[in-house]
Design a protein. Structure first.
Length: 60
């Protein structure tokens, strides 16, 4: 089963749904990081899941 890659050009259009701040792509963990909200949004099959309930809380 091949994993679909995240298109980095999407970063230009995506913002954190909570803070509307910039996101950082973590290719190793396949997540979009919102430093301002301290959340990591998962990327599944190349598609970012931008739901706060699905996000992982980041350690301080």
């Amino acid at each position: 089963m091949s994993e679909t890659k995240f298109d980095r050009r999407m970063l230009e259009m995506l913002v954190c749904p909570i803070t509307h701040g910039q996101l950082v792509y973590d290719s190793e963990k396949q997540e979009l990081i919102s430093k301002s909200a301290h959340l990591a949004y998962p990327i599944r099959d190349g598609i970012p899941v931008m739901l706060p309930d699905e996000a992982r809380k980041l350690e301080d």
